[in-house]
Design a protein around this ligand. Structure first.
Ligand SMILES: [Zn+2]
Length: 283
């Protein structure tokens, strides 16, 4: 599939290149209360609402974002954070329903007039305005469309390679979350699971390509990452996708011998290097 497939529905086919209310509380009797387990938190309990002013059309819109107080359970090898109760990646694209401007929260900022002009011409002109209704939560499919819009916007406004690559990395994490969620819910359609894994891989490979270009043509930070972190992430993607393993080894050796990398960074690089060598059969 093409990474931007699916935007036709938004008029952009040409782009392609609350808390819970406990009503039962009313029925409290004077009888001794038996202790109860606290109610299980749902995805909507980890979200907050925020208003944004669109830097392209100047319209105001509201959106739900993941709370900033989430509990991180673990990080995947490629640094994807996994939180308790919510896949925060689903909520990281800020999306204007009126003009189609979409951007990762990290990159949400005022735009230069030249960028606004490019987006007016390349996105807004053909975009079909979407409903302003705020659903309690969004589906993985809706989130995937938002990532495609963020990538399309980044391409149109000629964003840095590091920004485009970072969008692809997070889109890959979204598809990983989608697959994990489907498996956890007992999805039996093997083709559907396989398609999610393939899309994840496609985004990961595209992300690594972009990060390599960013490494050669930009100065750090790269989408918030220093050179050491960037090299580590690229190598982790190579291992995850079983591509360019030799290049991964070189990148990690550079981290290990770097004068600026911290001892923790070097230790993580050594662990990843051991995994890559194992995969290559050169333990
Ligand atoms: Zn807008």
């Amino acid at each position: 599939m093409g990474i931007l497939d699916g935007l036709e529905a938004l008029g952009l086919g040409k782009l392609k290149s609350i808390d819970t209310i406990y009503e039962e509380e009313q029925h409290k009797s004077t009888q001794e209360e038996t202790p109860q387990a606290p109610p299980k938190k749902e995805e909507k309990d980890f979200l907050m609402e925020k208003e944004f002013e669109c830097p392209v059309c100047q319209g105001k819109f509201r959106q739900r974002l993941a709370r900033t107080t989430l509990k991180c359970i673990r990080h995947d090898r490629d640094l994807r954070p996994v939180y308790e109760g919510i896949d925060a990646v689903k909520y990281d694209v800020i999306f204007c329903p009126d003009c189609g401007y979409a951007v990762l929260s990290r990159f949400f900022a005022p735009l230069a007039p030249t960028h606004r002009k490019l987006l007016n011409e390349g996105i807004r002109k053909n975009f079909k305005p979407q409903s302003r209704n705020l659903p309690e939560t969004i589906s993985y499919e809706d989130a995937a469309l938002r990532y495609k819009m963020a990538l399309a916007n980044a391409v149109v406004k000629l964003s840095k390679n590091s920004e485009k690559a970072y969008i692809c990395l997070k889109a890959a994490w979204l598809y990983r979350g989608m697959r994990e969620d489907a498996i956890a819910k007992g999805e039996t359609d093997k083709d559907a699971i396989k398609a999610m894994a393939e899309t994840e891989k496609e985004y990961l490979i595209t992300a690594a390509d972009g990060f390599i270009k960013a490494r050669a043509g930009e100065t750090p930070p790269y989408a918030g990452m220093n050179s050491t972190t960037l090299d580590y992430v690229i190598a982790a993607i190579y291992l995850e996708t079983d591509t360019n393993l030799k290049d991964g080894v070189k990148l990690l050796q550079d981290v290990i011998t770097s004068r600026t990398a911290t001892p923790q960074n070097k230790e993580k690089a050594r662990e990843l290097l051991a995994e890559i060598k194992k995969k290559m059969g050169i333990e």
